[in-house]
Design a protein around this ligand. Structure first.
Ligand SMILES: Cc1cc2nc3c(=O)[nH]c(=O)nc-3n(C[C@H](O)[C@H](O)[C@H](O)COP(=O)(O)O)c2cc1C
Length: 375
């Protein structure tokens, strides 16, 4: 007679292996990028604490790091690490070495906040953006959340320079031992600002119509693909982002994303990481959100936003995604893969410690105690 637990594990679609960009994932449970604001040092260097945090989660099929600054100009959130200095490269190297030693695979997420930054994070300088339009966001500064200001429009030469910064950041990531990179193109940050006609009013090669607005992202794809020989480079998109007055998920916006995803399909993009529609707490994710883009992209698709054990297995089983990423569950459950496999209860996280700095709420989430409770 077979044991019920082994039957449960074997049948779960999330527990089957998957090839992504030349990497062999032992399961389809991806750790989604999550900013944790633990680089509380003047050089924005990842520390031993970062290494411990990611190594604790090395059983994930794939880890995507927190968003990481491609350059000093990219900074828009306090205590987030960068990948633009040698000190940062060395700090990340100890992270990748420990994750690899623990048997994991880890990609670096490349982030630039553009106009969603704040002068207090930029030595008093005004943030840069596609156009001088205030995105109306809140920026997390050393003194707490503050409203954004009107940014300065990048010159054409600065746009090219920013693309080059992404390329250098990817090369630094390769030297730091990462298995690849993911381009952070979600939320209200620099790349979605370029894509958005209300925030990008440029009339040059990078603005004017949807094809020109997506040029910046496509140039970034080519720049970061080079150091990795075009292999493990992923793009993360949030077509359904509709927070604030300037972002919407209207049919016009979604049609622009259709065209973008079709173009990404023709580029050296190893996977598409799609953040679906927001769902009410505990509600089931809207699978139609993934079906729309699934038919336009022919390499692995990673689904995200509000998934749990049942819905995660369901979206893979239905063929609408190849893998599922979890952010909040991975923050609170370092042994998420085992818990899903053996259908154990998932621990709730503590949002108060998401950005609080220090070890508490970062590396002290307990493993399941297989004798009964939690230790
Ligand atoms: C604390 C926190 C930090 C986050 N930071 C990032 C980030 O740096 N980059 C990113 O692409 N998404 C970030 N996200 C979004 C998550 O990756 C994910 O899209 C969101 O939490 C929904 O997925 P979930 O339901 O599995 O948590 C963050 C989310 C949380 C809760």
């Amino acid at each position: 007679m077979r044991s019920t637990t082994s039957v449960a594990a074997v049948r779960q679609p999330l527990l089957h292996g998957l090839d992504v960009g030349g990497l062999r994932l032992p399961n389809r449970v991806v750790m989604a990028s999550a900013t944790r604001a633990r680089a509380v040092n003047s050089g924005l260097v990842p520390t031993e604490l970062h290494a411990a945090y990611y190594a604790q989660r090395a059983s994930a099929g794939l880890i995507v790091t927190e968003g990481t600054w491609v350059s000093e100009r990219a900074i828009g959130f306090a205590h987030v690490p960068g990948i633009f200095t040698e000190e940062q490269v060395a700090g990340w190297r100890q992270v990748t070495e420990l994750v690899h030693t623990a048997g994991g695979r880890i990609l670096l997420q490349l982030w630039h906040t553009g106009g969603a930054a704040h002068p207090d994070l930029l030595g008093g300088e005004v943030p840069v953006a596609p156009s001088a339009v205030n995105p109306g966001e809140m920026s997390f500064t050393p003194t707490g959340f503050q409203p954004t200001v009107t940014p300065r429009a990048l010159t054409a030469a600065e746009v090219a320079g920013t693309v080059a910064e992404y390329g250098r950041a990817a090369e630094n990531g390769r030297r730091a031992g990462f298995d690849g990179v993911e381009i952070h193109a979600i939320g209200p940050y620099l790349i979605p600002q370029f894509l958005n006609p209300r925030l990008n009013t440029r009339q040059d090669a990078h603005g004017g119509d949807a094809a020109r607005r997506r040029r910046f992202l496509l140039e970034v794809v080519d720049a970061v693909a080079e150091p990795f020989g075009g292999r493990a480079v992923g793009v993360r998109l949030s077509p359904y982002w509709n927070i604030g007055e300037l972002f919407d998920d209207s049919e016009a916006t979604l049609r622009d994303y259709d065209a973008l995803v079709a173009e990404l399909d023709d580029r050296p993009v190893a996977y598409l990481h799609l953040r679906g529609r927001d769902t009410a707490e505990g509600g089931a994710p809207d699978l139609a959100a993934f079906a729309r883009f699934r038919r336009l992209f022919h390499r692995p698709l990673i689904a995200n936003n509000g998934f749990g054990a049942e819905s995660g297995n369901g979206v893979v089983e239905a063929g609408l995604a190849d893998a599922v990423s979890f952010a909040r569950h991975f923050i609170a459950n370092p042994d998420l893969v085992s818990r899903l496999a053996l259908r154990r209860e998932l621990s709730p996280g503590d949002p108060d410690t998401y950005y609080s700095g220090g070890a508490r709420g970062y590396v002290d989430y307990p493993l399941t105690d297989w004798t009964g409770g939690s230790r």
